[in-house]
Design a binder for this molecule. Structure first.
Ligand code: 2U9
Length: 347
């Protein structure tokens, strides 16, 4: 019995000494199998109990249990300590230095044409208009015929056209969308729409011309719509866009789709009517074209011109952007030069 007790003590000392040498949780399992498993020395020793005298057995059993408990406790303690150390190491390695400055994302700017379009859309939405848009590839029928521009009409030359085939073309104005709107409304009134969009003309590009540009056109159709409605609407628009001091002036003009037609001047946005370089000394600048919808145009789109009337207008956001921001060459608006565009970033 004495010899067995000594073996037990030695076993405990060796096992604990071995345990302290283990430095990774994955190596703990081998230790546990070796010192606490079925084939362990401890198990072998405990089986020797049968060879002991009856009165020695409780004491020996107690000693075996003490050693087993001590080894179990030491194992758990070591496992907890190693797991904590390993986690601390992992956390330290995965630490991100959040004090590093990030990569700055450049601030974008809304294109000056888009800015002007958005502003104009807001103004007309506020006056109860709807916004519609449609195809840039159109038919001759919608782009010309239904706008009172038959094939032999001299005004077709005013708008040199990119034809894609005999019947298909790049629209020269957004007006075909007003025609399509009238068709869709099938004689219903009122119609109050504006149509912003890109249009195309066979022009040589220079400081004031571009073969591709933008238009915003408007159309109002109803009963009893008069020239005074046109003037009042455009005056409200001009004040909303350029300030309450604005005024509009109509001069007679000609468009095939309106009769009468007018060119619409606003007080010069630069000198407010004094006369300057921008308005060539007149105090006025031309911003819009407009007129009462030609009766033939109404009739062709299903609106009886003896009962209904309407007004229409058109303007170029490029021209408005150039006046507002002092841009002297229209081509700057299409070159996508960031040095130019970045100037329109909001602070
Ligand atoms: C329908 C009936 C009438 C649209 C109109 C103008 C006058 C006009 C130009 C101004 C400068 C275009 O951007 S610009 O080149 N537009 O002067 N446009 S009346 O008249 C219509 C349109 C559709 C059914």
């Amino acid at each position: 019995m004495e010899a067995l007790i000594v073996q037990l003590r030695r076993l405990q000392e060796t096992a604990l000494a071995e345990l302290t040498k283990i430095s990774a949780t994955k190596d703990l399992t081998n230790w546990r199998v070796q010192y606490l498993g079925k084939k362990s020395e401890l198990n072998a020793l405990s089986k020797q109990m049968g060879g002991l005298r009856q009165e020695e057995r409780p004491l020996f059993g107690e000693r075996v249990n003490e050693v087993r408990n001590a080894l179990e406790a030491a194992y758990l303690e070591r496992q907890t300590a190693l797991a904590a150390a390993e986690q601390a190491l992992r956390l330290a390695q995965e630490t991100i230095d959040i004090t590093l400055p990030g990569r700055a994302i450049g601030r974008g700017a809304i294109h000056p044409i888009s800015r002007v379009i958005q502003e104009i859309e807001d103004i007309f939405l506020g006056m109860g208009f709807s916004i519609v848009d449609g195809p840039e590839i159109e038919t001759d029928h919608y782009n010309f015929e239904l706008l009172n521009l038959p094939k032999d009409h001299p005004a077709r030359d005013m708008q040199d056209t990119f034809y894609l085939s005999d019947e298909l073309l790049l629209r020269t104005h957004t007006s075909p969308m007003q025609v399509r709107t009238m068709e869709r409304m099938q004689g219903d009134v009122p119609i109050k729409v504006i149509v912003p969009g890109r249009v195309y003309r066979r022009d040589e590009d220079d400081a004031t011309h571009s073969h591709q540009f933008t238009q915003i056109e408007g159309l109002v159709v109803g009963e009893g719509i008069r020239m005074s409605d046109l003037k009042g609407t455009l005056e409200s628009f001009a004040k909303a866009l350029f300030g309450p001091e604005q005024r509009v002036r109509l001069r007679p003009s000609y468009f095939p789709f309106t009769e009468p037609s007018a060119e619409v001047d606003l007080l010069c946005v630069h000198c407010h009517g004094e006369g300057c370089r921008v308005c060539k000394g007149t105090g006025w600048i031309e911003i819009l074209g407009a007129g009462m919808v030609h009766p033939r145009v109404l009739d062709m789109s299903g609106y009886d011109s003896t009962r209904y009337s309407g007004f229409a207008f058109g303007m170029g956001p490029e021209r408005i952007a150039m006046l507002r921001y002092g841009i002297s060459d229209i081509r700057l608006l299409y070159q996508n030069d960031l040095r130019f565009l970045a100037q329109f970033a909001r602070a």
